[in-house]
Structure formats: structure tokens, C-alpha cells
Design a protein. Structure first.
Ligand code: PXP
Length: 249
């Protein structure tokens, strides 16, 4: 397994399935394919409204990732219901994310500082059950310090604003990348493992991976969309190749 890991988020295979209320395409089959094509792990977000991934998907993903010895990264909101599900399946990793029902996607990082009173005991309970806990945060030193104080082992930096800026040709992109870089350094100095995700594509992956503290990327929407044209395995292999090029592997 390479030092820089690629987690493939298969949520949007379920989005397509659910658009027809059918039982295909199957996100579990996508996870099998992704692992065979070189994904280091599988990421899935069980949203409170179950708009894409379902409870039975999580159950099946927990089984197949365990069988293949690959980590399942379970993204979840800070709720009692999600805690119960996490404790039932005990995935390798948990990523705590904010959730608002009306949002199209996870629009910003978790307010760890503001939610300290509920997040800290939750992190303790999940970590005691053997799961590695990450907080999905904006590139903000206050939130990174709060994640450390809450007992998280990992922060996943929200790369959405940077990726949007690149896609729009915005002059803000360079500054946003610098913020990500400074945040990764700060998190690393606090002893946190640093991950990154949201909105990453073939163009933005290399500048992000050039930030040396980043150990894992979680990528979904772009790769699932691109797979429509080229197939999932070639997309994963190209993303992996770009990651390796950026790291000089
Ligand atoms: N990481 C986290 C914590 C997320 O919530 C998401 C979106 O579900 C991703 C990574 C993947 O983002 P994208 O689908 O835009 O690649």
C-alpha cells in the first residue's frame, strides 16, 4: 500500500440507482471494482435522509472491505442514530461531517469548536470501540485545534472552495491553496494525520498532493462522473498516476 492513500467515495453510484428506485447500479459492485483498480479504501456517507447510500449498502460495504483487508471510511453526522450504526459495523475509520438536509453536498467543514460538547464524548466512545476518528474541517486553525482537543486522530481538510476556484478560473485559487497548505502544516505539528477531500479532479489533484503532510485523499463525484465516459478502473488508475507524479513516486 502506498504512503499516500486514495479513498474512493462511491456515494453517487447509489445516487444514480436511487434516481430510478431500482437495485442497480450497485455501489457495492463499484467498491469491488474500485479496490481491484487500486483504491486503498472505500468511503461512503450514510446521510440522515438516505438520499444515496442505504443502511444495507453500509452493511455490505463493511463486509466486503473487511474481506479484502481494505479500510472502510464511514462518513457520518454527529447524531445518536449514526453512532449506533457505526458501533454496529465498526468500520476502520469514521469521518465526522456536518449535515444539513437542504444542502446538495457537504458544503463546509464541521464546526468542531462550536460542537465541542457533543463531539468530544462521541469521539471518545467511537475511538474506544477501535475506530480511527477524523473531523472534516475547513482550512481554519481554530477548527483544527478544536479537532485535536476533541481527541480526533485525523483532520480531513475541505478542499471544495479551492477546487471550485480553480474550475471557475478565480484569482482566489492561489490563496486558498496556500491556506490548505498552512492548515496541513499546523495540523501535522499538532500530531494530527492530515487528509483532504471534496471537489478534487484531475486538474486539482496535483497541487493538493504537493502539500507533503497530506496522507489520504477521498474523492467521489468527479471520478464517478468521469467513469461514465471511460469506466471506473481507468479513472482510478489515472488519478493514482497523477498522485504518484505529484509525489515524485
Ligand atoms: N470527503 C468528505 C468528508 C465528503 O463529505 C465528501 C463528499 O461526500 C468527499 C470527501 C468527496 O467529495 P467529492 O464527491 O466532491 O469528491
Amino acid at each position: 500500500m502506498s504512503l499516500l492513500r486514495l479513498g474512493v467515495n462511491i456515494d453517487h453510484v447509489a445516487t444514480i440507482r436511487n434516481a430510478r428506485g431500482a437495485d442497480y447500479p450497485d455501489p457495492v459492485r463499484a467498491a469491488e471494482l474500485a479496490m481491484a483498480a487500486g483504491a486503498d479504501g472505500i468511503t461512503a456517507h450514510l446521510r440522515e435522509d438516505r438520499r444515496h447510500i442505504s443502511d444495507s449498502d453500509i452493511e455490505a460495504l463493511a463486509v466486503i472491505t473487511r474481506k479484502r483487508g481494505r479500510p472502510l471510511n464511514f462518513e457520518m453526522a454527529v447524531t445518536a442514530e449514526m453512532e449506533t450504526i457505526a458501533l454496529r459495523h465498526r468500520p476502520h475509520a469514521i469521518c465526522l461531517v456536518p449535515e444539513r438536509r437542504e444542502e446538495v453536498t457537504t458544503e463546509g467543514g464541521l464546526d468542531v469548536a462550536g460542537g465541542h460538547n457533543s463531539i468530544t464524548p462521541l469521539v471518545a466512545r467511537l475511538a474506544a470501540a477501535g475506530m480511527r476518528i477524523s473531523c472534516f474541517v475547513d482550512a481554519d486553525p481554530v477548527q483544527i485545534a478544536a479537532a485535536k482537543a476533541a481527541g480526533a486522530q485525523v483532520v480531513e481538510l475541505h478542499t471544495g472552495a479551492y477546487c471550485d476556484a480553480v474550475r471557475e478560473g478565480s484569482p482566489l485559487a492561489a490563496g486558498l491553496l496556500e491556506k490548505l497548505s498552512a492548515s496541513a502544516r499546523a495540523a501535522h505539528e499538532l500530531g494530527l494525520e492530515v487528509h483532504a477531500g471534496h471537489g478534487i479532479d484531475f486538474e486539482t489533484v496535483k497541487p493538493i498532493v504537493a502539500i507533503p503532510e497530506i496522507m489520504e485523499l477521498n474523492i467521489g463525484h468527479f471520478m464517478i462522473g468521469e467513469a461514465i465516459f471511460t469506466g471506473l478502473a481507468p479513472v482510478i488508475q489515472r488519478m493514482r498516476a497523477l498522485m504518484d507524479e505529484a509525489r515524485g513516486v
